[in-house]
Design a protein around this ligand. Structure first.
Ligand code: NDP
Ligand code: OXD
Length: 310
């Protein structure tokens, strides 16, 4: 069977090793040099492929995303309608994201940014230490990533709530759902973490109204997608002090343009879309499992629901 690796990221060799280890029968081809003849390609492994290209493979059995977010695939107006798109669900990706969320939650909860600035000025002082049990963290999205981060933060003692489309019953997590659940969820979120997929419904969800619904002095951590945030609204909320600080990993334009105000903002921490990176040896297990299912005539796991958009 023939699999085409279609990624701008320069780690094709690691992917070849990882996948061929799982599926020795795979003929691993790399875009664009090995894309022809196109009718021979059974599977495409994709991360933000060029719009219009996927439609040119007439015999595709599945489009396998190299990431959890599939917005970079679905922005293609010519995406073939009848080929399943499978999003990535992977232990390392999930663990990496929870590490990122826990790191930044602790950073704000324990004032580590303020302490770093203080000691840089030779200042020896302390700030009030908050009771972790009373620190309210809110996670937008309680899926693979949000659900794991929520559970781990609750294990650390945080008072965690989550917001999702459908109702959830997760031990130790206060669940909010749907449009009517959003404002009460925001009202209690001192630390807001966004782990929603980017869809027409969630685009711009971090805006002046939702930011205003947060408690005074809240912080925002966004490792989901830049399109979730209305940048002017976040900058205005930071300016007024209503939002005390933000950590942003993803942006409307990536790399973040050099002159963007986020870079030098004293209360914004920028990370370069690294909240969680796909680790080939572990992700290859999930991808191989899906290929085996499809080859056995069974439905693959984690197929994107095109109506919901994730
Ligand atoms: P999932 O599909 O597993 O979870 C999505 C969650 O969002 C679900 O709980 C879902 O609700 C909820 N949701 C979706 N739409 C709505 C809506 N309109 N209203 C309320 N809730 C909604 O996604 P993952 O957890 O795997 O990934 C989340 C995102 O994280 C990815 O799409 C990607 O953008 C980002 N990401 C970023 C990375 C980085 O390095 N910066 C790395 C990996 C992912 P329900 O459960 O009811 O369906
Ligand atoms: C992803 C990402 O969606 O890395 O997996 O952003």
């Amino acid at each position: 069977m023939n699999l085409l690796f279609m990624s701008g990221v320069d780690n094709a060799d690691s992917w070849r090793d990882a996948l061929c280890n799982e599926l020795p029968e795979v003929d691993f081809r790399i875009w664009p040099d090995d894309a022809e003849p196109r009718e021979e390609i059974d599977y495409v492994l994709a991360w933000r492929p060029q719009p219009g290209e996927l439609r040119k493979f007439p015999n595709l059995k599945a489009i396998l995303s190299l990431g959890a977010g599939i917005d970079g695939i679905f922005c293609d107006p010519d995406l073939p309608e009848d080929v399943p798109v499978v999003r990535l669900v992977d232990r390392c990706l999930t663990e990496g994201m929870s590490e990122y969320v826990i790191y930044w939650t602790l950073h704000y909860h324990r004032h580590f940014g303020a302490y770093t600035a203080m000691v840089a000025d030779g200042e020896w002082d302390n700030l009030p230490q908050h009771d972790t049990n009373l620190r309210r963290v809110g996670i937008l999205g309680l899926g693979e990533l949000g659900g794991d981060a929520a559970r781990k933060l609750a294990t650390l003692g945080f008072d965690v709530a989550g917001w999702s489309r459908s109702e959830k019953d997760i031990p130790w997590i206060i669940g909010f759902s749907g449009a009517e659940g959003l404002t009460p969820f925001l009202n209690r979120s001192e630390i807001l973490v966004n782990l929603l997929p980017l869809t027409p419904e969630t685009e711009g969800i971090i805006n002046k109204d939702t930011l205003a619904a947060l408690p005074e002095g809240a912080v925002v951590i966004n490792p989901a997608r830049g399109g979730h945030v209305v940048d002017e609204d976040l900058l205005a909320a930071l300016e007024s002090g209503h939002v005390a600080a933000a950590t942003l990993d993803v942006f409307h334009e990536e790399p973040l343009p050099k002159d963007h105000p986020y870079w030098k903002h004293p209360n914004v921490a920028v990370t370069p879309h690294i909240a969680s990176l796909t680790v080939p040896h572990s992700a290859a297990e999930f991808i191989a499992e899906n290929i085996r299912l499809i080859e056995a005539g069974k439905p693959p796991l984690n197929v994107v629901d095109r109506e919901k958009g994730y």
